[in-house]
Design a protein around this ligand. Sequence first.
Ligand SMILES: *Cc1c(COP(=O)(O)O)cnc(C)c1O
Length: 368
Amino acid sequence: MIPFNDLAALHRPLMPQLMDACRRVIETGQFILGPELDGFEQDFAASCGCQHAVAVNSCTSALHVALLAAGIGPGDEVITTPLTFIATLAAIEAAGATIRLADVDAQSWTLDPAQVAAAITPRTRAIVPVHLHGRLADMDAILAIARRHGLMVIEDAAQAHGAALGGRQAGAWGDAGCFSFYPAKNLGACGEGGCVVTNDAGLAARVRSLRHWSQDRDQIHLERGFNYRMDALQAALLRVKLPHLAAWTQVRRHLADRYRARLGGSAAILPAPSMAHAHHVFAVRVPQRDAVRARLAPLVQTGIHYRLPAHLQPAYADLGFAAGDFPVSEDLARSFISLPLHPCMTEADVDTVCAALLSVLEDRSVAA
Ligand SMILES: *Cc1c(COP(=O)(O)O)cnc(C)c1O
């Protein structure tokens, strides 16, 4: 049985350093803010090629305060993709703004710039591109549209640690980039975590203030803020893991290439090749997805990212969208199946997954 992920194996060789990090924090008793958080922020900003990083308790919080710091609020419209984790939408609403959706491109599976342009109204203030599965969205085109219409761009880079194009990292393209350190992300904490990165000193200062109740040195609350701080423990643990991110991303790319080589020419539709992919998820499209997953289940653990596009989720029924509104996202969501891909997998594991998938796809009872 090939598991979808193996965090225990990832942490095993790092255990002495992770334990040292915990001991360091517990011995100092500095659990909230302090030097571990400052140190992680400096290290993470540098790894993203950004001047500022502000660590928070999740990517959902990161998106929320980044939007607020960008000046987004009630009456403003924010454009994003329906093919994302629900948190992207939740953060836009938490900021008080109105969700506008634009469909994705059928090849890249990320926001289609033409659809973004078509969704702009006089009230549009920001675009939130999502680097789905770790693939950088078409940032050149999205930034060009944003410049033309005076819009802010806040990247949802929750799945894209280590994705870069021409040396420019995910998170470093827009006005701000938001990351998740949910344990299974490409860089995961041992619990919850998130971060906002930016080159805008004013935006960074506002996020820093909002995450800590907008409280000044004299305990005066300058505006309504939040308890969105990252734990010092998580920061210390992430500082142990961050130096390995580049090597882990290399392994992900290597294994993705092997999937590509083994599955090319089969009934599975592969993700379009990209120079700017961190391969958080290796999703392929197959006919009769649920039947294929069920047949694989005894041999290979798989996932779906995501089964329903956000506009069809019951939670957002009141937004008034209907099936057919974003046909590309809907079509993709129907056929996606995520194969195991993580830094502790071997080439032999990939071969085992591919052999199992090819055998299921060749079986007429599940073929299209
Ligand atoms: C994981 C994820 C989030 C939410 O991150 P949390 O840290 O769990 O709040 C947001 N957007 C996308 C695309 C994600 O994958």
